[in-house]
Write a protein that binds this ligand. Structure first.
Ligand code: TXA
Ligand code: MG
Length: 347
């Protein structure tokens, strides 16, 4: 049985948080909201809890987890040393949607890092996540609280759909804010390298560390080796996705053409459309799911995974979607997730 605890993010109920924290201390699994997506928490230093977590998500053991802590000093026992770059980034971006990868100490179980010599760490800013970690008094390992091979959850209902009966507690704190997973930066290499784009964009990182570079192209083999989880299908819906990049008019023309051909073959086609594109495809017999306004990337990001799940629920044969072209700090992260969603399972 999975208990769902409703908690007000503006004023987290102490008794409910204490109950969830006690569950974590005892080796249980607790899903909770962060400012990015819902995480599935487990005691990071308890190997059995971590093994249960991998089993609940059906996550392969080669995909390392992020450890969530309450404050920068809680990194000390988990890493070889806290470099000045980490302190500077923490001062600017923590608590918040940034994960740092650093050489790990021997206290971090191999199960967390998938045998890598590094560990990924972040301090989330969501008041429920903060309260939970503080009450538990532990480092909390938390991957996104979805079944492996499903989009990350941005609402408690998404967690319930994937993990009901597999985990002990879901804290329902309403929809998450950002909607995309944290930016991951590798500080164990020189220059520091962004492995996964997120709400903290590379320009903001370069304000603090000018030589930050990025290697997050969705098909890069280097990333596949350095950050094993990043290439897998776990950013995507079950339904195959065809992505149209670049110029709006050309993309819409190709989309309409593809939609018509598929409809003629008897397929059910879902079109994930920006608000301004809806009128362009309204006449074609496709199922339209609205992605929000292209000129409001923050709203698109917060809605993206829910929209992909809605497409899945239509049981369509295919999802057609045009990539965002707006220049905005979040646009790179949205483009990255849509590219990953359109990868086939073995790319
Ligand atoms: O926003 C987030 O980061 C959310 C919330 C819950 O905090 N968590 C999240 O976790 O997205 P997860 O497990 O779905 O993604 C973690 C990814 C892994 O797939 C892997 O690519 C990368 O972080 N990662 C973890 N440890 C790493 C390491 N030692 N070296 C390189 N990459 C690592
Ligand atoms: Mg994930």
């Amino acid at each position: 049985m999975t208990d769902v605890l409703r908690v007000d993010p503006a004023n987290p109920d102490k008794e409910l948080i204490a109950r969830a924290a006690e569950c974590l201390r005892a080796g249980g699994l607790v899903a909770f909201p962060t400012e990015t997506v819902y995480g599935l928490g487990a005691h990071a230093l308890d190997r059995r809890a971590i093994q249960r977590l991998f089993a609940a998500k059906e996550r392969p053991a080669h995909d390392p987890l992020i450890v969530h802590i309450a404050a920068v000093d809680d990194m000390v026992p988990l890493v070889v040393e806290v470099p000045s770059a980490a302190r500077e980034l923490a001062a600017r971006f923590w608590p918040g949607p940034l994960t740092m990868v650093l050489p790990r100490s021997s206290r971090v179980p191999d199960e967390i890092t998938a045998g890598l010599a590094t560990v990924a760490i972040r301090v989330p800013s969501h008041p429920i996540a903060r309260a939970l970690i503080a009450y538990a008094g532990l480092p909390v390992a938390a991957p996104s609280a979805n079944l492996f091979s499903r989009p990350s959850p941005t609402r408690a209902s998404h967690v319930l759909a994937d993990l009901d009966g597999r985990i002990d507690i879901i804290i329902d704190g309403g929809p998450t804010d950002v909607g995309l997973e944290s930016t991951v930066i590798d500080l164990s290499v020189n220059p520091p390298t962004v492995l996964r784009p997120g709400a903290v964009d590379i320009e903001a990182l370069r304000d603090v560390l000018p030589d930050v570079t990025s290697r997050h192209t969705a098909s890069s083999d280097t990333i596949a080796m350095r950050s094993p989880g990043l290439l897998r299908k776990h950013y995507s819906p079950r339904t195959p996705v065809v992505l149209y990049e670049g110029d709006r008019e050309a993309a819409l023309r190709s989309m309409k053409h593809e939609a018509q051909q598929r409809v003629d073959r008897g397929e059910l086609v879902a079109a994930l459309l920006f608000a301004d594109d809806v009128s362009e495809l309204r006449s074609s017999p496709v199922r339209i799911v609205d992605l929000g306004r292209e000129d409001d990337p923050a709203a698109v990001a917060s809605r993206l995974y829910a929209a992909l799940r809605e497409c899945d629920d239509l049981s369509a044969n295919i999802i057609l979607v045009r990539n965002i072209t707006t220049a905005h700090p979040l646009s790179g992260a949205i483009q990255d997730r849509l590219r990953r969603a359109s990868l086939t399972p073995d790319t």
